[in-house]
Design a protein around this ligand. Structure first.
Ligand code: COA
Length: 183
């Protein structure tokens, strides 16, 4: 797999899966989005400049099938703190647990630490999203704490697990991904 720029032509595939509740429920977005709203979202995300807008959103693509698999981002990029918030999603549930999420997370963290010069990257995830938690721990994210009963979903309040990773922890956990950050 590889990461490439997100394009306006990716709209149809994002729209197809975005309107599945099974996809949105992991992202804490219970309501469907209109085409207008999604066009607006895609326009903003695909044209964002990480240094100016504090956001980079890339497409996860499969080399063999030449297909668009999912989305991965760093947002809320803050200077002078050199931190950002991470997110990833694989669109088609048939592609879950095939390693795409782990590979995309590793590459995006490398982009964050090595190209954007970040020092720490954090995320939150539903406390019961075990596939996501396992993915993040494989790459070296650590559990920081739990925001208790903070997401209302399926008639109940769920916790959000906060995780983070520092640049040197990423290097230790992923020795093949040499970090050569900008000063
Ligand atoms: C979370 C997500 C990004 C992970 O990507 P992925 O490609 O499915 O994950 P990977 O195949 O790289 O790794 C998944 C790991 O979780 C494990 N796993 C799968 N289901 C699990 C479960 N119920 N409990 C524990 N581990 C589980 C897999 O076995 C694998 O670990 P392994 O390599 O040690 O065997 C993807 O499933 C997804 O987009 N889900 C829907 C949206 C979402 O949840 N986004 C994250 C929001 S925070």
């Amino acid at each position: 797999m590889y990461l490439r720029a997100l394009e306006a032509s990716d709209f149809d595939i994002i729209n197809q899966y975005w309107n599945f509740l099974d996809f949105r429920r992991f992202l804490g977005v219970p309501l469907p989005r209109s085409n207008n709203c999604l066009h607006d979202w895609l326009d903003k995300r695909s044209t964002a400049d990480p240094w100016k807008d504090g956001l980079i959103e890339l497409a996860i693509a499969d080399k063999k099938q030449n297909s668009f698999i999912g989305l991965v981002h760093l947002e809320n990029i803050k200077r002078p703190h050199d931190r950002a918030e991470f997110g990833v999603s694989i669109l088609n549930p048939e592609n879950f647990s095939k390693g795409y999420g782990t590979d995309a997370t590793r590459i995006m963290l490398w982009v964050g630490f090595s190209i954007l010069g970040l020092h720490s990257i954090y995320l939150d995830t539903m406390e019961d999203n075990m596939r996501a938690i396992r993915t993040y721990e494989k790459v070296g994210f650590q559990r920081v704490g739990l925001l208790r009963e903070t997401e209302f979903q399926d008639g109940t309040y769920k916790g959000l697990l906060v995780m983070d990773i520092l640049r040197d922890e990423f290097e230790s956990a992923n020795p093949l991904f040499k970090v050569d950050a900008f000063p």
